[in-house]
Design a protein around this ligand. Structure first.
Ligand SMILES: Cc1cc2nc3c(=O)[nH]c(=O)nc-3n(C[C@H](O)[C@H](O)[C@H](O)COP(=O)(O)O)c2cc1C
Length: 345
C-alpha cells in the first residue's frame, strides 16, 4: 500500500525527503501539509518533520494549528512519524505534540510510531552497536522497519476484554465517576476488568540491567517477584485487547502510582509487543493541563511501550469539586460517544 508523506518544508526538509524516497513503497507521494491537508481521509500517512537549529519548523506549526481545529480532518488515517533534529532536543516533544493533535483530528497511530534522529544520531548508538553498523545505517533501518509495519498494518479483531487501571478513591473521585459514565455505555460482550493501584501498592521500577529485566520478565515476573503488578496487572495486560488509563491530573502529570505502574510494564514489554492492544485514556483536571497527561500517555504507552493508538484515544474533562464532573453540561453524551468509539476502534 502506498503512503502519503506529510513533509513540512524548511531548509532541512529536502535532506529528509532524499533519505525517505528510496525507502517508500511504489506509488507513495509527498504532500505539502500547508496546502494539502484536506482530502487525506482514509490514507496511510507518514509525518516527516525536520527541525531547524532552534528545534522548530514553521510549516509544521501551521499544520499543527490546522490539525487542532478539525476533529475529522484525518478520519480513517493510520500513521507513523519521523522527526529529525539539528540539536539534541525537541524531537520527542514535537513528535508527541503532533501525534496528540493528529489523533484528536481522527488519525490512528501504530504502536511505536516514532523514529527520531537527534542531530548527533547518538540516540541510535545502542541499536547501531547491536546491529554492527553505523548510526546512519541504524537510523535508515529503523525507518524501513516503521514503513514496513505501516504498509502491512491490519485492523486487529474486536475488543472483547478491557483493562481499566486507576489510582483513585471511588467515593470521591471525579475520574472514576467519569469512567462509570463511559463503562455503562459499553456493550455487554465487552468484559471489563478494573485494577486500582492506590498508595504504595506498586513500588517504582528498580531500574535493573537490561539482561536482569529480561531474565525476570521471561518468568512472567520482575525484580520484585510478587505484588499486584506481577500477580494482577501483568496477567491482565496480557489478556486484554484494550487498556484504559483513568488519570486524575496531579501536578500536570499522571499520579505517582500510575507512573510507577507504567514504568513497571517494562518487564512485560521485554517479553512481548502490544501492537494489537488499543490504548484509551480518560483524563480529569481540576483546572487545566489535561493535554499534558494525554501526551504523557502517548509517549509512555504508545511510543515507548507499543500500544496502538486508536482515533480520539483520549477524552479530557475539567472538574474539581467532588461530584462536579457529573454536573458538566453534555457529559453523559460525550461519555456515551466515547464508549461507541471504543466499540469501533
Ligand atoms: C496532589 C494533587 C495535585 C493536583 N494537581 C493538579 C494540577 O496540576 N492541575 C489541575 O488542573 N488539577 C490538579 N489537581 C486536581 C485534580 O486533578 C482534580 O481534583 C480532578 O477532579 C481529578 O481528581 P479526582 O479524580 O481525584 O477527583 C490536583 C489534585 C491533587 C490531589
Amino acid at each position: 500500500m502506498p503512503l502519503t508523506v506529510l513533509l513540512p518544508k524548511n531548509a532541512y526538509s529536502p535532506g529528509l525527503r532524499d533519505l525517505l524516497t528510496p525507502l517508500l513503497p511504489a506509488g507513495s507521494t509527498f504532500a505539502d501539509p500547508e496546502r494539502e491537508l484536506d482530502g487525506l481521509r482514509g490514507r496511510r500517512l507518514l509525518f516527516a518533520v525536520a527541525l531547524d537549529e532552534g528545534g522548530c519548523n514553521e510549516a509544521y506549526y501551521h499544520m499543527l494549528s490546522r490539525l487542532r481545529r478539525d476533529a475529522d480532518l484525518l478520519a480513517g488515517c493510520v500513521a507513523g512519524v519521523v522527526v529529525t533534529g539539528v540539536g539534541e532536543f525537541y524531537t520527542k516533544d514535537v513528535a508527541r505534540d503532533m501525534v496528540f493533535a493528529a489523533n484528536q483530528a481522527g488519525c490512528a497511530f501504530l504502536g511505536r510510531p516514532l523514529v527520531e534522529a537527534t542531530g548527533s544520531l547518538r540516540n541510535f548508538r545502542v541499536q547501531a552497536q547491536i546491529g554492527g553498523v553505523d548510526e546512519e545505517t541504524a537510523f535508515r533501518a529503523a525507518i524501513s522497519e516503521l514503513i514496513g509495519r505501516l504498509v502491512t498494518w491490519e485492523k486487529p479483531g474486536p475488543i472483547r476484554r478491557i483493562l481499566a487501571l486507576h489510582a483513585s478513591q471511588r467515593s470521591t473521585s471525579n475520574t472514576l465517576a467519569f469512567w462509570e459514565l463511559v463503562r455503562r455505555n459499553l456493550p455487554p460482550e465487552m468484559a471489563v476488568e478494573e485494577i486500582g493501584l492506590r498508595n504504595g501498592t506498586v513500588p517504582d521500577c528498580n531500574g535493573c540491567s537490561y539482561t536482569a529485566c529480561l531474565h525476570f520478565g521471561e518468568q512472567g515476573s520482575c525484580f520484585y517477584g510478587s505484588g499486584p503488578m506481577v500477580e494482577e496487572v501483568y496477567p491482565a495486560v496480557r489478556r486484554c485487547d484494550a487498556l484504559v488509563m483513568l488519570c486524575a491530573n496531579y501536578n500536570d502529570a499522571l499520579s505517582a502510582n500510575l507512573t510507577a505502574c507504567v514504568n513497571r510494564l517494562t518487564a512485560l514489554f521485554r517479553q512481548q509487543r502490544f501492537y494489537d492492544k488499543r490504548l484509551f485514556g480518560l483524563v480529569v483536571s481540576g483546572y487545566s493541563g489535561g493535554d499534558l497527561l494525554a501526551r504523557q500517555l502517548i509517549s509512555a504507552l504508545n511510543m515507548n511501550k507499543s500500544f496502538f493508538l486508536p482515533p480520539h484515544f483520549c477524552l479530557l474533562e475539567t472538574a474539581n469539586e467532588r461530584g462536579s464532573l457529573l454536573r458538566l453540561p453534555g457529559i453523559e453524551g460525550r461519555a456515551a460517544d466515547f464508549a461507541r468509539q471504543m466499540e469501533k476502534a
